[in-house]
Design a protein around this ligand. Structure first.
Ligand code: B12
Length: 248
């Protein structure tokens, strides 16, 4: 079945829960306004199950109710994984025989973003979700520049290291900072390298849509829950396996 309704108490009852904040003091009127907003979102009836003052001028709400929309799973678009998952041993062997040198990755959180936990989870040896990070891979040289790196600094270091791939993390989405910063980064790399020498550009973070690679000017977008093994496999696929095919 491709047409679905949400599930709350019984199959197909359409029950959902949403949360949001309104810029008004907590009151009966505020609760009514929350219910009105939920109605306009297609939730009918809408029950305000939680209202909490956030200081004198704001109220946080949780609303529970029946949504009258349907979803059609046959029209959902996703980015399929188009590379095979490899073990660290397979990655090391492929790089060693295919590149005959170590593969260099340069990573950073750019702009004012100081959320390094995500990029560290991918790059540092400690890794994520039971997988070791890229530092664990003998054939990968990892240069992690950390937080608040400017785009010119990143480009300069990439050139110095002769980077094969750039790994950029963006977690903060306020005023679309993640989109603006990523576009600035990809434009700078395109300007500073001939197209056949440009490193692979990868961006990651919890609020990215994997379908946005083209719009952002990068080669690949990784979203929440990404594991280091996926990134290592992708790097190997793009920079070793695919390159061999092109050169063959
Ligand atoms: C820890 C944290 C902090 C720490 C960061 C410490 C550090 N060294 O990183 C501190 C306390 C410093 C902090 C500060 C701030 N924070 Co903060 N922070 C968080 C928090 C709680 C967790 C983030 C985290 O570590 N997640 C765990 C990692 C493993 O997950 P991840 O980042 O998603 O990474 C995974 C994937 O996304 C992906 N990935 C990520 N990057 C990359 C890169 C590549 C190349 C690849 C392949 C994959 C990849 O792989 C990772 C593993 O799967 C989040 C809320 C939350 N629960 O998410 C808020 C949150 C991100 N922070 C937020 C805010 C607002 C701030 C501040 C502005 C607060 C303030 N007013 O000062 C400051 C900004 C500081 C700055 N200049 O950036 C907001 C952002 C809102 C928004 N719309 O953007 C959040 C969402 C909290 C909230 N709900 O309001 N924060």
């Amino acid at each position: 079945m491709t047409i679905l309704r949400p599930y709350g108490d019984t199959t197909g009852d359409g029950m959902v829960q949403v949360s949001f904040t309104l810029p008004m003091a907590n009151s009966k009127v505020a609760e009514g306004a929350a219910a009105q907003l939920a109605n306009k979102m297609g939730i009918e009836p809408a029950l305000v199950v939680h209202a909490k003052a956030m200081g004198p001028d704001f109220t946080f709400f949780v609303v529970y109710g029946r949504v009258n929309h349907l979803v059609d799973t046959s029209t959902v678009e996703i980015v399929e994984r188009d590379y095979p998952l490899m073990t660290p041993k397979e990655v090391n062997a492929a790089i060693k025989s295919g590149l005959r040198r170590r593969l260099t990755v340069v990573g950073a959180c750019i702009g004012s973003d100081a959320h390094t936990v995500g990029i560290d989870a991918i790059m540092n040896i400690k890794g994520f979700a039971g997988e070791k990070g890229l530092e664990y891979y003998r054939e990968i040289k990892v240069v992690n520049l950390g937080a608040q790196v400017s785009v010119p600094q990143l480009v300069a270091r990439a050139r110095e290291e002769r980077a094969d791939a750039i790994l950029v993390s963006q977690v903060v989405t306020q005023r679309d900072a993640h989109i603006v910063n990523t576009k600035e980064m990809s434009a700078a790399f395109r300007e500073s390298y001939p197209s056949d020498r440009r490193p692979l550009l990868i961006v990651g973070g919890p609020r990215f849509d994997e379908k946005m690679a083209g719009e952002l000017g990068v080669d690949r977008v990784f979203a929440r829950g990404t594991t280091p093994g996926e990134v290592a496999s992708y790097l190997t696929h793009q920079l070793v396996s695919n390159r061999k095919k092109v050169g063959a």
